[in-house]
Design a protein around this ligand. Structure first.
Ligand code: GLN
Length: 453
């Protein structure tokens, strides 16, 4: 199987891969074959997977989409890579095809921020695949891999899944280990699977979740689950909350129509639509774009030319070396976030911005808990529009930030959220339906998604 997939990667379709190494892949595949022949294979033995380049890997280069990590090779595998990998090491047995393109340090919504060139959307190559896990989404959509890993800090699994017509789930924050996931905003970062449908996502997520208490300080002590066990349950009586703030003026008519038709399908399956309110939805944008850059400015301080990757050639002293390395190594969006983050954390502004944002973050989480007294799951659009054309927002980063409005609330609250195909918009582009569940209700989300597929 791996040989067949490797053969498709020649010429790197859609610029999805940042590193491939057929020798590594074939060696993993042979080991899998041997385990299958011996009857000792894991849950997903021999099935190919590819990893977002934010996960560190021993067998492939890791760049996080940034020039600053040029030449970096991790001495260990991220926990999620290990959990999906060789079953001889306790993993599910998947065979890695390599590393997938993404926005630099997962900062972006269109993959245009990768230092290694844009990924094109397989449905229309003039359009963005979404981001930051755009390489993952495009690779699954183009059938270059049956499944991929992604990371979601403010929507980076759900939004590219929506733009490329695939399925992706971000579990409850803390349910899947962050160890070896290059940190962007640690209180929000969460890895998860991206695949063709909910059933495949359930298989991968079953292998990915579970406590990693010694290696990830925010890992939760919640046992892994077999998420496939609860697929095919009836939706009779399921209360689906419809937040009115997700269906306001900014929502494109074609997205609304596709989402509405998916909701009607749910009614046919016996679910009840319940109007709810998430009153601070709009505030999630300023809150996220204060907290995420603040954490990023701290996390990215480690890239100083000493420990990892790129180091400037000509410098006069240590400080000059830091400055030149970071000026050369980071792209514009990353620099913008570092500066924003340093500003909101600085003396005199901390109370006005960072502290306020933290308070509103808590209120956003409380709003969800209030909503979950009235409904079991929440449904709405993933993004206000279908995938936009390259360059449309090129000189307007805020336009990208605003388009994150429907994915940010669940991220700030740490809730599980997923995107599944809901149909097509006016230009024949895929539209995703977002489902948000209460903490640890991934199984319920996956079942609801599966019933629609
Ligand atoms: N678009 C958001 C950002 O740029 C989300 C990215 C993500 O989830 N990694 O921060």
């Amino acid at each position: 199987v791996a040989t067949g997939f490797l053969a498709r990667l020649g010429g790197n379709p859609h610029n999805t891969f940042l590193d491939i190494d057929s020798e590594v892949t074939l060696a993993q595949a042979q080991a899998s074959d041997a385990r299958l022949a011996a009857g000792t294979g894991g849950l997903l033995e021999g099935v190919p997977v590819a990893h977002k380049d934010v996960f560190v890997t021993r067998d492939f280069a890791t760049t996080a989409g940034s020039k600053i990590l040029t030449g970096y090779r991790s001495p260990f595998d991220a926990t999620l890579v290990q959990k999906l990998g060789a079953s001889a090491q306790g993993g599910a047995g998947m065979v890695s095809l390599g590393k997938l393109n993404c926005d630099e340090f997962a900062m972006g919504s269109s993959n245009e921020n990768s230092a290694f060139g844009k990924v094109t959307n397989p449905w229309d190559t003039a359009r963005v695949p979404g981001g930051s896990s755009g390489g993952s989404a495009a690779a699954v959509a183009a059938r270059l891999t049956p499944a991929a890993t992604g990371t979601d800090t403010g929507g980076s699994i759900r939004q590219p899944a929506s733009f490329c017509g695939i399925t992706g789930i971000k579990p409850t924050y803390g349910r899947a280990s962050r160890y070896g996931m290059i940190a962007y905003a640690s209180s929000l970062d969460q890895g998860g699977p991206m695949a063709r449908n909910a059933e495949d996502c359930a298989l991968l997520l079953s292998a990915m979740c579970g406590p990693d208490l010694d290696r990830d300080s925010t890992s939760l002590d919640v046992a892994a689950e077999d998420f496939t066990a609860s697929l095919n349950q009836s939706l009779e009586g399921l209360r689906i909350g419809i937040p009115k703030e997700f269906f306001g003026e900014g929502l494109a008519a074609d997205v609304r129509a596709a989402v509405d038709s998916a909701l009607r399908e749910y009614e046919k399956l016996g679910a009840k639509l319940v109007p709810i309110s998430l009153p601070r939805t709009e505030l999630s944008i300023p809150v996220y774009y204060i907290i995420a850059p603040a954490e990023a400015s701290s996390n990215l301080s480690r890239f100083d030319g000493v420990k990892f990757g790129h180091r400037a050639k000509d410098y006069t002293d240590l400080v000059d070396m830091y400055k030149k390395t970071r000026a050369e190594g980071f792209g514009n969006e990353v620099k913008r976030r570092i500066m924003t983050g340093a500003y909101v954390l600085s003396h005199g502004y901390y109370d006005a911005y960072y502290l306020q944002a933290q308070k509103i973050r808590r209120m956003i989480a409380d709003d969800f808990q209030r909503a979950f007294t009235e409904c079991d799951v929440i449904a709405g659009p993933v993004a206000p529009s279908v995938a936009w054309k390259f360059g449309e927002n090129a000189n307007d980063p805020v336009a990208d930030y605003l388009a994150d409005i429907f994915t940010l609330p669940a991220s700030l609250a740490g809730l599980p959220g997923m995107s599944l195909p809901a149909g097509f918009g006016a230009q024949g582009m895929p539209v995703g339906l977002q489902l948000i569940g209460n903490y640890f209700k991934e199984a319920q989300l996956l079942n609801a998604a599966h019933r629609l597929q």
